[in-house]
Design a protein around this ligand. Structure first.
Ligand code: SAM
Length: 239
């Protein structure tokens, strides 16, 4: 069943009109027939099942019953991630969305190879948001992750949650296991470094701000693997 995010109130019997892109997708890409059922979600995370109709080649939907289920994570996870190379970054955005991330905060740090000024941020931001929207529709979330414009490492402290962790693989640090920190938090911030990892001074800065230094196990994971590991672990341990 296809899902679309739309704006406005959802209630039984209401007619929903689609924007150009959604209409094209329904009519020309999926070639949906009258009576096909879709799931619609609005900005208040309400969901409804709806039937497709056509009038003079224009497609619209009529809302049926509300869908009481929410497919979002109960715990809001904010992932602060060092900017990594394009194709890996696109993959990271898509997988973190499927795994329930709440907010993604890209950052530049001493060892990030990719600088947010490399390409016009707005153009990049648009493409990134499209990846998040498509992944959210595909996995039937009740919300799209929030994507923040890239920040400098030192500003991560503006994105603190109830529980705050920095994933650091340096053997000298006896990092706690993620499960040791997790209780029944409503919100968690996890910081994951770029391909080149963290400078010790960066780890110290966050530890001094009350961040737990956590280990993600004995192997060194790529940034895109570390982010999916963290979200999977939180889902398994907290949800
Ligand atoms: N220093 C790493 C190396 O030696 O290859 C490079 C950084 S790693 C590719 C990217 C990020 O994933 C790290 O900065 C860290 O945040 C996280 N990470 C990877 N493996 C980890 C582990 N075993 N424990 C904790 N964090 C890990």
């Amino acid at each position: 069943m296809q899902q679309y995010f739309i704006k406005g109130k959802l209630e039984q019997g209401k007619q929903i009109d689609f924007d150009k892109e959604q209409s094209h997708h329904i009519k020309d890409v999926l070639r949906m027939k009258e009576g096909n059922i879709i799931r619609l979600v609005n900005e208040d995370r309400e969901a409804v099942f709806a039937s497709i109709f056509y009038r003079d080649k224009e497609v619209y939907a009529i809302c049926n019953e509300m869908d009481p289920n929410s497919n979002d994570m109960k715990c809001h996870v904010t992932l602060c991630v060092g900017l990594i190379k394009k194709e890996k970054w696109d993959y990271l955005l898509q997988k973190c969305t499927e795994l329930g991330v709440g907010t993604i905060v890209p950052f530049e740090s001493s060892r990030t190879v990719v600088k947010s000024k490399d390409e016009k941020v707005t153009k990049k931001q648009e493409r990134w948001n499209k990846i998040l929207l498509e992944a959210s529709e595909q996995c039937k979330r009740n919300s799209c992750p929030i994507l923040v414009e890239p920040i400098q490492f030192k500003n991560i402290i503006q994105y603190k949650s109830e529980l705050n962790c920095i994933a650091y693989e340096d053997a000298k640090y006896i990092g706690e296991k993620l499960k040791d920190c997790l209780q029944s938090q409503s919100s968690i911030t996890v910081v994951i470094g770029p391909e080149g990892g963290f400078d010790q001074s960066e780890v110290n800065l966050l530890v001094n701000e009350g961040f737990h230094c956590i280990s993600l196990g004995k192997r060194i994971l790529r940034a895109e693997t570390a982010t999916t590991y963290v979200l999977s672990a939180i889902d398994a341990l907290v949800e």
